[in-house]
Design a protein around this ligand. Structure first.
Ligand code: ADP
Ligand code: MG
Length: 574
């Protein structure tokens, strides 16, 4: 029942299919169905349009990885232009996660150390993912040779145009070989895109997935901002406070489904999972149990949930965002059926925010933001539930005789309150203790919520995530709790801090760097004002110049203490 054959039918072969299996994609998204076969015909240039979050990266990534052979040490075969650093990293990660052929994939963008980039370029890159400014910088300096490109991809083309990269893009297109094929991917199609394509693309095939406007009125729609790592606890809180939770939890991949089910089972919830690898027999069994409410939580992928006709769900939970607004409406439509009102809950992690904003615009109904129930609330409700259940048993006929006599024996020996407390402890362990509810830190990503900071030091400077946090705390006085999503790469890092602190943090950090090269910059996470990244990129180009002038030690300023031992050693050797 797995639909890997659908990927195969698009023209992908075993190595690529293996990567898809491991990644956990169940079936190609609509834009992938359209573009992959056209791409693999090796004939036309392509313009592809589909909403944000519909898998456009894999739509060009899979056929490139299908066709390419590693030839490290020579000229790049593919260049993917993206508007921002963050997107460059995202695209690079998606490609690496699908790479089974040892293809060298690397990201090149402004603000990062030029010398480190030059080292990587010298080693050989097969696929370059880059921002226009920095890529052009390399072209002009002659440090990278794009004369043997097979593919040029303009990803998120509308955003690149919005950010004013048009001239850079044109210059890059003109500077690369004529024999390459050009692919343009975009969520929207402003007129400027067609004039660009007329000038620089040939035999262009336009492929488009229309996004339908749909509404789901009967459903109460809310969302919670919650970190990826807190999603599971958020889910259990929601289930715990519902008197009769009966719902489907949607995950994006098979791996995701299995993980959520296992964790729920571990915690004693009645949950089962459905995804493409579940056999037909098992699927039917699970659905029977779910319909009879022997299992009240069904965890499923979109594909596996298709065709399930259950009407009276209290909840649909989007543990991960759906692929597009259409699947969102399909998912949540399962609660509002037949006049029943239900609640649709969507979890949004910082990295999903960008897609969520786009989706929210396309879904015409209102999705309200809410706060997660606190641990105290959950405990109070669970206590009440236990009392209610007790009452039901006491007044029911189920009070079986053999327990009656056992109760008398126990009461003869212990104080009643002590005995009952001990029994509760046996039944519920420490489930109802505050400590058992890990803190779910709140964050907020509205226009003023959080900011992603780009920090120009990384592993090569001796930093680990722990050390970076330590340095931030020491230098800026931020609390642990406010520093999040720390990612330390070779020569730079990203952290998320509250927006209101971002300016202070960058100011303090930049005071540390004596040169004119800023140590920290506010980066875009899709919410920062447009143009910010363009500016960063421009500044990025400037630092690269100053970088060349300034000896490394000075540039690093007081942070040189963090320089790794290996690096110091290598310098001594020189
Ligand atoms: P876009 O570029 O269209 O905004 P992305 O390429 O960033 O979308 O994809 C969004 C998410 O969807 C990524 O996490 C990606 O791994 C996932 N994805 C892509 N293709 C599929 C698929 N066929 N099935 C499930 N998830 C997919
Ligand atoms: Mg994209």
């Amino acid at each position: 029942m797995t639909k890997i054959e659908e990927f195969q039918a698009l023209g992908l072969t075993e190595v690529t299919l293996e990567a898809i299996r491991e990644k956990g994609f169940e079936e190609p998204s609509p834009i992938q169905k359209l573009t992959i076969p056209t791409f693999l015909k090796d004939e036309n240039d392509i313009i592809a349009q589909a909403q944000t979050g519909t898998g456009k990266t894999a739509a060009f990534g899979l056929p490139i990885l299908e066709r390419i052979t590693a030839r490290k040490g020579q000229k790049p075969q593919a260049l993917i232009l993206v508007p921002t650093r963050e997107l460059a990293l995202q695209v690079m990660e998606e490609l690496i996660s699908l790479n089974r052929k040892k293809i060298a994939v690397s990201a090149i963008y402004g603000g990062a150390s030029m010398s480190e980039q030059l080292r990587r370029i010298a080693k050989g890159i097969d696929i370059v993912v880059g921002t226009p400014g920095r890529v052009l910088d390399h072209i002009r300096r002659g440090t990278i040779d794009f004369s043997e490109l097979r593919w040029l991809v303009l990803d998120e083309a509308d955003e690149m145009l919005d950010m004013g990269f048009i001239e850079d893009m044109e210059e890059i297109m003109a500077a690369t070989n004529d024999t390459k094929r050009t692919m343009l991917f975009s969520a929207t199609m402003p007129a400027r895109i067609s004039s660009l394509s007329k000038k620089y693309m040939h035999d262009t095939e336009i492929l488009r997935v229309e996004s339908k406007q749909m509404t789901a009125d009967l459903t109460d729609q809310i969302y919670f901002e919650v970190r990826e790592s807190d999603k599971f606890d958020a889910l259990t809180r929601i289930i715990d406070i519902e008197p009769d939770f009966y719902g489907i939890v949607f995950a994006r991949t098979k791996v995701g489904v299995d993980e959520i089910v296992n964790r729920l089972l571990e915690r004693g919830y009645a949950a089962e999972g459905l995804h493409g690898d579940v056999s037909q027999a098992q699927r039917e069994k699970t659905l029977r149990k779910f319909k009879k409410k022997q299992v009240n939580i069904l965890v499923a992928t979109d594909v596996a949930a298709r065709g399930i006709d259950v009407n009276n769900l209290t909840h649909v939970i989007n543990y991960s965002l759906p692929q597009d607004s259409e699947s969102y409406v399909h998912r949540i439509g399962r609660t509002g059926r037949a006049g029943n009102e239900g609640t649709a809950i969507t979890f949004i992690s910082p990295s999903e925010y960008r897609q969520f904003t786009a989706m929210r615009k396309a879904v015409k109904s209102d999705i309200r933001k809410q706060q997660l129930p606190s641990a105290e609330d959950v405990i109070a409700i669970r206590r009440q539930k236990i009392k209610d259940e007790l009452q039901a048993v006491v007044t029911g006929e189920q009070l079986v005789d053999n327990y009656h006599s056992m109760a008398s024996e126990i009461l003869a020996e212990y104080d009643p309150a002590v005995a009952l407390a001990a029994l509760l402890k046996m039944a519920f362990k420490n489930d109802l203790e505050q400590d058992n509810y890990p803190e779910i830190r709140s964050f907020s990503v509205d226009r003023k919520g959080t900011a992603r900071l780009f920090i120009a030091v990384g592993r090569f400077d001796g930093f680990t995530p722990g050390k970076l946090v330590e340095m931030l705390k020491r230098e800026t006085g931020l609390y642990d709790k406010k520093i999040d999503d720390v990612r330390v790469m070779d020569s730079f890092s990203f952290v998320t801090v509250p927006f209101k602190d971002a300016e202070m943090v960058t100011k303090k950090l930049n005071r540390l760097s004596r040169g004119d090269k800023p140590l920290a910059e506010i980066s875009t996470d899709g919410n920062a004002p447009a143009g910010e990244d363009k500016r960063n990129e421009r500044r990025g180009r400037n630092h690269t110049r100053s970088e060349r002038r300034m000896p490394e030690r000075e540039r690093r300023g007081p942070l040189r203490n963090f320089e790794s031992k290996s690096k110091r050693d290598s310098r001594k050797r020189k």
